[in-house]
Design a protein. Structure first.
Length: 490
């Protein structure tokens, strides 16, 4: 074949290559513009990270058919998520929800739009931050912290190696909660000169921020504990429960109900026979005393009853951990308890079916001094730690939980005004969510998001990887150029 024929052939191949390239561009560019205009996305992730599950789609379709709308306020503008790879799953999920008429997404910047913030939180009940959500339907409102969207897995160097995307289970559960008007309520027993809710306004605000309601309950007039009672709080009664009240509360507990008893010292001669019987069902005994700290370095300079105490690390055998966030290694705030009584363990016949642990206790420098009641043999107890808070789980009765605190001052407005007592208050709030989780679980599994990583153990290994990922492509390109030049000049 002569040189002229080869040259003509090369020109034909070159022309054909250019024509094919132009055709590809002519098809690809308009197709890309059309897809972008139609806002079509394809979820290519292995676990459908950006796609709603059938459970959610069916429920949203049901709400659409009923013309029910849930306003979802998002304290971040959506465009801020679109370009953030870390938030892409959340962005795509919100878009998928927003395709349904029942999901009215209202995104706003709380810094530039304070009017909307005031509208949704006029009384400042909700502790809202950037990235949080507020779900509203009729008169039911629930707050969802933005920090709950992911749980992260870390390696030994605190590097993120994986994450679980949890938003869909929360979103669908919160939608159902506000649509159905589900607000778990903490009831505060009244009728025995207990601390009234009017003296616990800060606590009520905190409960609202955690998506709990708060109401008073008088079992002398009410026939039973209401069905929406998630926790019954008994805060420093000055009279004992009646026999009828005791039976109502015991029935509630034996059907899986949860009880929180905060019992400040009482100087009166009142004997709390029925209350003690209630506690004894959980193998807890209550002392008629007040605990005083004798070490001047471990109490307030003005009050020997405002005592420095120890938050106790959880017992691994119980499988429960209420104190992790309050331990000294993660919390710099020293724990103080106000004017308190003490408790002890009663080893009843059902003790083996209970799970119990101490939460707060003093050092051995504190003493238990008899106070109030009619103890048969009053005596001061010294030289040993005093237990000021403990919990019990009754596995025999649907995991009914009971927690006791030696003072109700930790939840009153007067008591919480003193920064000394912040840790016991936090422990009480933790016990609320531990006893009853206000989040409705829709059984939608978390979706794993993997983080690709490459671990390099030495400089030699690093050089080899650089040669592999940089040098090898360059070598391939060079060989291609050489072959092209040889064919061109052939």
């Amino acid at each position: 074949m002569d040189k002229a024929s080869i040259t003509a052939k090369n020109k034909r191949f070159t022309a054909l290559a250019w024509i094919l390239a132009i055709l590809v561009l002519a098809v690809a560019i308009p197709l890309n513009l059309i897809i972008e205009r139609l806002n079509v996305n394809f979820d290519m992730t292995p676990n459908s990270l950006y796609t709603l599950t059938e459970t959610t789609r069916d429920y949203l379709d049901e709400l659409d058919a009923k013309n029910i709308t849930v306003d979802v306020y998002f304290l971040t503008k959506m465009e801020e998520l679109e370009s953030d790879l870390e938030c892409l799953a959340l962005y795509r999920t919100l878009l998928a929800y927003d395709e349904h008429e029942c999901f009215n997404l209202i995104d706003f910047d709380p810094d530039t739009d304070p009017e909307t913030l005031r509208k949704i939180n006029p009384d400042g009940i909700y502790n809202l931050a950037e990235g949080d959500f507020l779900f509203v339907c009729n008169d039911t409102v629930k707050r969802l912290p933005g920090t709950m969207m992911y749980t992260y897995k870390l390696d030994e160097n605190e590097n993120i190696i994986g994450a679980e995307f949890r938003a869909e289970n929360y979103f669908t559960g919160y939608i159902k909660s506000v649509v159905d008007g589900i607000v778990p309520t903490v009831y505060f027993l009244q009728g025995h000169n207990e601390v009234p809710l009017s003296q616990m306004t800060k606590l009520c605000a905190n409960l609202g921020n955690y998506n709990y309601g708060a109401k008073e309950l008088n079992l002398m007039t009410d026939s039973a504990i209401p069905a929406d009672c998630c926790i019954l709080v008994i805060a420093s009664p000055r009279e004992d429960l009646t026999d009828v009240e005791y039976k109502k509360i015991l029935n509630y507990a034996q059907n899986g109900g949860h009880i929180s008893v905060l019992m400040s010292p009482d100087e009166s001669a009142t004997i709390y026979r029925n209350l003690e019987m209630l506690l004894s069902n959980y193998c807890i005994g209550m002392n008629y005393d007040r605990v005083e700290e004798t070490d001047a370095n471990r109490h307030s300079h003005r009050d020997t009853y405002a005592m420095m105490c120890d938050i106790i690390q959880a017992n691994a055998e119980t499988g429960e951990d209420l104190t992790a966030a309050l331990l000294p290694n993660v919390n710099d705030v020293v724990t103080y308890m106000p004017y308190s009584r003490s408790f002890f363990t009663v080893y009843g016949s059902n003790y083996g079916k209970l799970k119990a642990d101490t939460l707060i206790r003093t050092q051995a420098t504190a003493k238990s001094v008899p106070f109030g009641g009619k103890p048969l043999d009053p005596q001061t107890v010294e030289g040993q730690p005093q237990v000021l808070s403990m919990y019990v789980i009754d596995t025999e009765h649907k995991d009914s939980k009971l927690i006791v605190f030696g003072s109700s001052d930790i939840i009153t407005d007067a008591g919480t005004a003193n920064a000394y007592f912040i840790n016991p208050l936090q422990l009480f709030l933790t016990s609320v969510t531990w006893m009853y989780d206000s989040d409705l679980d829709m059984n939608i599994l978390d979706k794993a998001r993997s983080y690709d990583s490459l671990n390099v153990s030495s400089s030699g290994e690093a050089s080899g990887l650089i040669a592999l990922f940089v040098g090898f492509p360059i070598l391939v390109a060079a060989v291609g150029v050489v072959i092209w030049l040889r064919r061109k000049n052939a």
